[in-house]
Design a protein around this ligand. Structure first.
Ligand SMILES: [Fe+2]
Length: 239
């Protein structure tokens, strides 16, 4: 499996503060069957920048290799909505690909969001909306996502939203989005071994009951693989 949203880099954002905690997360992810994860620290473009993130990913991969682990980590970012137009082009997922992970503010759905996404799409980017099921505006009216999805916005929901650990309202919303076919990725958004733990397996099992095994697996394998493939083909065409 591939986890496209995980705060695993040590000392960068509100994720783990030590390498030991990062490695504990990596071991949990690997035990769960995750083989690749995209590290997505919250970025402001200044303090959490590409140089720092790429160096941290490099160092963590060296540690994983030293421990003979099969897990590998790619660089990525979680961009706050208000900086989306400014930061997206230079802060994509998985080694400078086309997909960008964008987070709405938790308490409302920003006006004009679709126009912002249109701007990104026109620039050749693919917006991936991080965990909308945890946004109050979407919780009240999940169907607002339909127009975004119809226009090319991809949707990532959180594993613990599906399992109910983030409460019954969030769980109900996550299940609704799944059943509508508006979800493209299932990710952990893990911040530590205990704060949204880095595992996908239980959520995939529950999702399979709602949308079938094949569709559930696509959220953690085929669809995430397209992010990695887009990044690889872009870097091959520019090298
Ligand atoms: Fe996150």
């Amino acid at each position: 499996m591939i986890d496209i949203h995980c705060h695993i880099l040590p000392g960068i954002d509100d994720g783990p503060q030590t390498l030991a905690t990062s490695l504990a997360m990596a071991k949990m992810a690997e035990r769960d069957g995750i083989r690749t994860l995209i590290a997505t620290p919250h970025t402001d473009g200044i303090r959490v920048n590409r140089v720092r993130v790429e160096a941290a990913v490099h160092d963590l991969n060296l540690e994983l290799q030293r421990l003979n682990m099969t897990l590998s980590v790619c660089p990525g970012y979680e961009i706050p909505y208000h900086l989306a137009e400014e930061l997206s082009a230079a802060h994509t997922l998985a080694n400078n690909g086309r997909h960008v992970l964008i987070e709405f503010p938790p308490m409302h759905l920003p006006k004009g969001a679709l126009n912002t996404f249109f701007t990104l799409i026109a620039a050749g980017l693919v917006p991936v909306l991080a965990h909308p099921e945890r946004n109050l505006g979407v919780l009240i009216n999940p169907d607002v996502l339909k127009e975004m999805v119809d226009n090319g916005v991809l949707v990532q929901i959180t594993a613990t939203s599906i399992t109910g650990e983030l409460g019954p309202d969030v769980q109900r919303c996550a299940h609704h989005l799944l059943k509508q076919g508006w979800v493209h990725f299932l990710a952990t958004d893990s911040h530590s071994p205990t704060f949204r733990e880095p595992v996908l397996g239980r959520a995939v099992t529950l999702a399979a009951r709602l949308i079938g095994q094949e569709n559930a697996m696509a959220l953690v394998e085929q669809n995430p693989r397209q992010i990695l493939a887009a990044a690889e083909s872009l870097s091959a065409s520019t090298s």
